[in-house]
Design a protein around this ligand. Structure first.
Ligand code: ZN
Length: 312
């Protein structure tokens, strides 16, 4: 039996966005509008997932109780900020962010023995144990890692969002079982100002992380050159699961970054990373991450669903 692509379409997920903000829910509306027009092509491959287990207790795998309570209180209040000004609170932000975490967690568990999971409203790689940051409330990636690490043991995390995945890198900087390969715009020019190429892990985890800095204006061919560095990075490393944060904010025209990837190269990059998982017979979850051109986001993800189905 061929493997499936599990596509998370729970409506609460698609409320992950903020009022008067670059991260709006329009990106999901564009995706759904385009997806519904072509979905008949994917009937053999895509399993649409609307329901999954969700418990507040999952958050504690990565976040402090105090921070979880803080987000809950701010969500009831419905105003103010969850950080120093990038991540606004709104009524229901707690439930929406929790749902995102639960979807990513469900995706990795469902595909632990193979297959692909896609959560477009996931990949919140700036959230830390006790704080929100950069539009990220709860770190679904951290919760997912903690949910499967007793079974997958070693996990490969790949991040091609234009921003450095600091909320994943630092918590696992000295953990040799979490491999991190992160391509992003140079921290000299972009938030969060970390992810220098000399940051390669610490202690006995040195060499288990790679940060690749892209200069402003970097194009698709430069992206693909950087992608190829994963072969040497992986070497003879073994891992039981792959998580990919495939943020589209490095695509040309994005209002928040200065990278200029073209869509074809970006899609090729994602497919290359997915093939790393499929060739080894391990499962892979893809997360939507950033991407602030709503129509581009919708187009690229519909295309990715189609291309990934072609790989299964
Ligand atoms: Zn980003």
């Amino acid at each position: 039996m061929s493997k499936k692509l599990y596509l998370y379409l729970n409506p609460t997920l698609f409320r992950y966005g903020f009022p008067n903000h670059p991260l709006t829910t329009k990106r999901y509306e564009y995706f759904l509008e385009r997806y519904s027009r072509v979905k008949d092509r994917f009937l053999e491959c895509v399993v649409e997932v609307y329901d999954f287990e969700c418990s507040e207790s999952y958050l504690e795998l990565f976040h402090s109780k105090g921070y979880i309570e803080f987000v809950k209180r701010m969500s009831e209040l419905g105003s103010g900020f969850l950080d120093y000004g990038d991540t606004p609170a709104y009524k229901g932000v707690y439930e929406v962010s929790l749902t995102s975490v639960c979807a990513t967690r469900d995706g990795v568990l469902r595909t632990l023995d193979g297959g692909i999971a896609v959560n477009l409203a996931g990949g919140w790689h700036h959230a830390f144990r006790d704080r929100a940051s950069g539009f990220c409330v709860f770190n679904d990636i951290g919760v997912a890692i903690e949910s499967i690490r007793d079974r997958a043991i070693k996990i490969l995390y790949i991040d091609i969002d234009a921003h450095h995945g600091d909320g994943v890198y630092y918590p696992y900087e000295s953990d040799p079982n979490i491999y991190i390969f992160d391509i992003h715009e140079s921290p000299q020019f972009l938030f969060p100002g970390t992810g220098f190429s000399y940051e390669i892990g610490s202690g006995n985890a040195v060499g288990t992380k790679l940060n690749i800095e892209m200069m402003p204006g970097a194009d698709g061919s430069q992206l693909l050159e950087a992608v190829k560095k994963i072969d040497e990075f992986i070497g003879d490393k073994e891992f039981g699961y792959v998580i990919i944060q495939a943020g589209t904010d490095g695509l040309k025209g994005d209002p928040l970054t200065h990278l200029e990837y073209d869509v074809d190269s970006f899609v090729e990059a994602v497919k290359y990373f997915v093939s790393i998982a499929l060739d080894r017979g391990v499962g892979v979850t893809l997360l939507g991450g950033g991407g602030y051109q709503p129509e581009v986001f919708g187009d690229v993800w519909v295309r990715l669903v189609e291309e990934l189905c072609g790989m299964l």
